[in-house]
Design a protein around this ligand. Structure first.
Ligand SMILES: [Zn+2]
Length: 473
């Protein structure tokens, strides 16, 4: 693999202008830890060479949008979690698009607490897009979210089929509401056991976007808004009918449109606010929907890309020096079938960007994500994208990448994070409802949290070693 220096990489990315911030020497900053390697499979120079962003140190401008990549690959690894994009607006709103496995670690690393993760828009119900919902839902009340989790996502697939053995399957209970209901059941033990802590606020006021669920006010409630996955905002004759609005409050509007991914019931999102816009494409085959949605002009287009099947299986360690040609061929064929049913090859993303540019206005920043980003893979991805789209800003996302968008500029930086960052949790001093498991403190006479109220005194509690014993020295 030919070596590529950082300047070449930036030139290729179209982001060469401005400061070259060579990796800082701060210990424990994982954006930089791997940069001493010379092996292009073990580092990400594109990310490392971005200027630094220090989480928690900047107030967002009132006209500004900040997009933080909390997860950027379907295969969770130390450097990249499964997909999640966190968007903050200058009006105080914030939204999560997907919440894949491992992404919560990055939210905490970027100093975003769970009380900011309660408006979640799911592209589809693959685990790399929703795997961390159980954790964020289950522990939300323990980390300051004393109100429901609001989930937007696709309606049921509506799929019915007869297999070759003549078994008819479907229709399936496979919509977003089904997922949330099943998750609530799955987490009964968790939620009950944590209910020695408050889970709701006494004076909770339903937010403006919660128009139909006035009885749901607890941290262990889900409020689900299902989005008909076929809707595009236009009727059969192409006349706008507004049937794809997911959210329209406080000046922020989020619409959805179909994604063509594995099984019907996948969608993508577009966020518009204050003259700024962002499109988030979870997973899809190369699709005309994307071009149509981006044509009026979009500030940031975030789109999945996938490397070639041959590269994919090489990364998986399936090579002819270790395996027979038959096994390698089978692995390529399997990987190719996944791509052919579900994903956008790198070159196709370049083609889509070029189409958008030719027919409308190029995105101010195009982002490739859902992609394992190292120097070697970024090099081939950029080369493929540039085949069709030689100019225009393109970057490959990695975790902690931050994009600030205003009408006058788009700024891309890398988060400087500690591998040892704890959650920042400021206690909520609002009055809360009484938790389920509490007792009266004999000293003060006031109610106090009582986790031990869930332990049978005879079977379990009597076996607890008294602290006076181990504190004796
Ligand atoms: Zn995915």
């Amino acid at each position: 693999m030919p070596k590529m220096n950082r300047r070449d990489m930036l030139k290729m990315s179209g982001l060469a202008a401005g400061t070259l911030a060579i990796g800082s020497a701060l210990p424990g900053c994982n954006s930089d830890d791997n940069q001493s390697h010379s092996d292009p499979t073990q580092k990400n120079s594109m990310l490392a060479d971005l200027p630094p962003y220090y989480p928690g140190t900047e107030t967002l401008g009132k006209d500004e949008m900040r997009i933080t990549f909390m997860g950027t690959t379907p295969i969770a690894m130390i450097s990249q979690a499964a997909v999640s994009v966190f968007v903050e607006l200058g009006n105080g709103d914030c939204f999560s698009f997907d919440l894949g496995t491992g992404s919560m670690i990055k939210y905490w690393a970027m100093k975003v607490n769970m009380d900011k993760i309660y408006k979640v828009f799911i592209a589809h119900l693959h685990a790399d897009h929703m795997g961390d919902i159980p954790f964020v839902y289950g522990f939300g009340p323990s980390y300051g979210r004393l109100w429901p989790m609001y989930i937007w996502g696709p309606t049921r697939s509506g799929l019915t089929y007869t297999d070759p053995d003549n078994n008819t399957r479907g229709p399936f209970n496979d919509g977003t509401a089904d997922y949330c209901a099943a998750l609530q059941q799955m987490l009964i033990w968790h939620n009950e056991s944590q209910s020695f802590e408050p889970t709701s606020l006494k004076d909770y006021k339903l937010p403006d976007f919660d128009t139909t669920h006035s009885t749901l006010t607890d941290g262990y409630d889900f409020v689900v808004k299902e989005l008909p996955w076929k809707n595009t905002g236009k009727d059969a004759n192409g006349v706008p009918n507004g049937d794809n609005v997911a959210y329209d409050y406080n000046g922020a509007k989020i619409t959805h449109f179909p994604a063509v991914h594995t099984r019907q019931g996948s969608i993508s999102y577009k966020l518009e606010w204050n003259g700024l816009s962002m499109i988030y494409i979870g997973d899809t085959l190369p699709s005309q929907y994307v071009i149509d949605q981006a044509l009026p002009g979009v500030d940031v287009l975030i789109h999945e890309i996938v490397m070639s099947a041959a590269n994919w299986i090489t990364k998986m360690g399936i090579t002819t020096d270790k395996y027979s040609q038959t096994i390698v061929d089978a692995a390529v064929a399997q990987s190719q079938s996944v791509q052919d049913s579900s994903h956008t090859p790198q070159k196709a993303y370049g083609y889509i960007l070029q189409q958008i540019k030719e027919k409308g206005v190029a995105p101010r920043l195009a982002v490739g994500t859902h992609f394992q980003a190292t120097d070697d893979t970024i090099k081939t991805a950029m080369s493929d994208i540039r085949t069709w789209y030689p100019k225009g800003d393109v970057i490959i996302a990695s975790d902690t990448m931050v994009v600030n968008v205003t009408r006058t500029g788009v700024k891309v930086r890398r988060g400087v994070v500690s591998n040892y960052q704890w959650p920042i949790q400021v206690p909520n001093v609002s009055e809360t409802n009484t938790p389920k498991y509490w007792m009266t403190d004999p000293q003060t006479g006031k109610p106090t949290a009582a986790p031990q109220a869930q332990l049978d005194p005879d079977a379990l509690e009597n076996y607890v070693i008294d602290s006076s014993k181990y504190n004796a020295k």
